[in-house]
Design a protein around this ligand. Structure first.
Ligand code: S3P
Length: 451
């Protein structure tokens, strides 16, 4: 399941303005969930616009390994023949989740309350990420868990035969942790409650309601989200239309803002307010961004995002905004390199446990390209406007968003920028290079870096 084992070095350089109207692939979070919830429903779920990336295909294979049938049709849509909640089968072999944190963590939640034994493995990046944040609360259901070094993959779960409902207060801002506990609650009799002090993306809640779960969200006196789920519903198959991924749209949008003469529109992008922190920040920086043709699709707001080359200025990004743009800090840091003055990003502790330690990876990448920055424990300050930037090779650490962010940097730098391995881009945005080239971007694969 992991992407090509040979690294693919890619270099980007400045030259052309970027122009065009494009669509980015479907949202990764919604794609994973549509396959998983489809697998737990009774009957056939259909999905239009599924993101066909390595991470999501991994989830389709994982659901097939426990008895569902996820398959692609000639018209490009997907269907999932669900087995029904409580009826998952024990897989024959360990399940490989590749690079996908969302895939493995949400699946852990599902497996914890099914009476099956499952072993989960991942690539070097996923095997280095903490799983205790999910495995520890899941133990409360009665599931047995073994993990390498206590909280790393490979890990095995023997799901509870008599799951126990519980109340969990999520200690960090993580939609994956929240979702894993809720998914465990699905096949648990009684009421599972998740308290979320800091709101994170709400796709699990919205989509579970769509699939027929009895789930409510209220704010308590402290302003925290209290999510209450009644266990063991019969989930009904749905038709899911997956909107464009705002975390992928971020790359062409920032590329257009920093490349003189550019005018780019990304059509049909999800505008869920838990996902639009980058757009808010870029507008504060003075970006010429407009949202056109706002509409609704599948219960979510979507729209076309138009971005034109802009003179940006540095801003302070408050910590409270982090959950709504958690995957966008690497590319925001690239925008900040072209802004006048300092951009100060606060509350970044979760960046340390992404596909790479993104705070360190971004700081090293900026430094390698002559861009001044200061890395704090959970902060990053980037000073824009340095002269003669570029010329460096960035180490991507198997992190797709580090690779794409620094390829965007090279499109407007004085000197070319290389990334040591662009292969992980296939985990979330396989069409990144052709789409960017189609708008005029100069991206070149270095010969001899892939077999
Ligand atoms: C995701 C949640 C976020 C995000 C990831 C997708 C999800 O992770 O970074 O790309 O689909 O729930 P955390 O829950 O670790 O913040």
């Amino acid at each position: 399941m992991s992407h090509s084992s040979s690294p693919l070095k890619v270099t980007s350089k400045s030259g052309n303005p970027l122009n065009g109207r494009i669509s980015v692939p479907g949202d990764k979070s919604i794609s994973h969930r549509s396959l998983m919830f489809g697998a737990l429903a009774v009957g056939k779920t259909t999905i239009a616009g599924l993101l066909e990336s390595e991470d999501v295909i991994g989830t389709a294979k994982a659901m097939n390994a426990v008895g569902a049938k996820c398959k692609k049709h000639d018209d490009g849509t997907w269907s999932v023949d669900g087995v029904g909640l409580g009826s998952l089968l024990e897989p024959e072999a360990p399940i490989d989740f590749g690079n996908a944190g969302t895939g493995v963590r949400l699946a852990m939640g599902i497996f914890a309350t099914h009476p099956i034994a499952v072993t989960m493995v991942g690539d070097a990046s996923l095997s280095g990420r903490p799983m205790g944040r999910v495995l520890n609360p899941l133990r409360e259901t009665g599931a047995e868990v073994i993990a390498r070094r206590g909280d790393r993959l490979p890990a095995s779960i023997r799901g509870s035969e008599t799951p126990i409902p519980f109340t969990y207060r999520v200690p960090m801002a993580s939609a994956q942790v929240k979702s894993a506990v809720l998914l465990a609650g699905l096949n648990t009799p009684g009421t599972t409650t998740v308290i979320e002090p800091v709101a994170t993306r709400d796709h699990t809640e919205k989509m579970l309601v769509g699939f027929g779960a009895d789930l409510t969200v209220e704010l308590n006196e402290a302003g925290e989200r209290v999510i209450t789920l009644q266990g063991q519903p019969t989930l009904k198959p749905q038709h899911v239309t997956v909107p464009g991924d705002p975390s992928s749209a971020a790359f062409p949008i920032v590329a257009a803002l920093i490349t003189p003469g550019s005018d780019v529109t990304v059509e049909g992008v999800l505008l869920n307010e838990q996902r639009t922190g980058l757009i808010t920040t870029l507008l504060e920086m003075g970006a010429d961004i407009t949202i056109e043709n706002e509409r609704e699709s599948g219960g979510e707001a979507i729209g076309d995002i138009r971005a034109k080359y802009s003179q940006l200025k540095g801003v302070t990004v408050p910590a409270e905004r982090a959950p709504s743009m958690i995957d966008e800090y690497p590319v925001l840091s690239v925008a900040a390199a072209f802004a006048q003055g300092d951009t100060v990003m606060l509350g970044l502790e979760e960046l340390r446990v992404k596909e790479s330690d993104r705070l360190a990876a971004v700081a090293r990448g900026l430094e390698a390209n002559g861009i001044p920055c200061v890395e704090g424990d959970d902060t990053l300050t980037v000073t824009g406007g340095a002269s003669n930037i570029g010329g460096g090779t960035v180490v991507t650490h198997l992190d797709h968003r580090i690779a794409m962010s620094f390829l965007v940097l090279g499109l407007a730098s004085h000197r070319p920028v290389s990334v040591d391995d662009a292969a992980p881009i296939a985990t979330s945005f396989p069409s990144f290079s052709p789409l960017m080239r189609g708008m005029g971007a100069a991206l070149q694969e270095d010969q001899g870096t892939q077999e």
